[in-house]
Each structure stands twice: as C-alpha cells, then as structure tokens.
Write a protein of this length. Sequence first.
Length: 95
Amino acid sequence: MNRDNVIGTGILVVSIAVIAIYIWLIFFPPLMGLDIFILKLTGSVAVAGIFGILAWIGYTLATTPPPKPIEEIEKEIEKEIGEEKPTEGQQQTAP
C-alpha cells in the first residue's frame, strides 16, 4: 500500500470508530446526563463552526478593498498600449 492508501484507511477506521462511540454515548450513556452533555457539545461545536465561517466571510468582505471600475482598467490598458516602444525591425514614424 502506498502512503495515500494508508492515510485513507486510517481516516476511514477512525471515522467509523468515532461514529460508533458517538451513537453508543448518545443512546446508551454509561453515566446519567452524559447523553445530554454530548448533544449540547455537538450543537455548540456545530453552531460555532457555522457562525465562525460566516464571521470569517464577513470579515473578508469588510476588509477587502473594492475592485477598480472597468473604466479605470480600460484607461490603464490604453495608456500601456500607447507607451509601448516599437520592437526591433519596426520603423519609427516621425510625427
């Protein structure tokens, strides 16, 4: 097996084990109240993850400068084209 197959197999085995343990803790808790705690923890992590991603998107939108208008970009391109020097082999025309 190559390295990717080993990593993939490891991820698969760990994922199945976590799913099995999670289901066991939710439906057959060894301690009273552990199932509620696990559900609260799961909900908290899910909400924090989703709203953390939304906060990151909001921060990125708030701090990224707006793009230049198309007109400015077109003017810059026209200016660059006008300033290009003729290549070797081309004759310069006198004004």
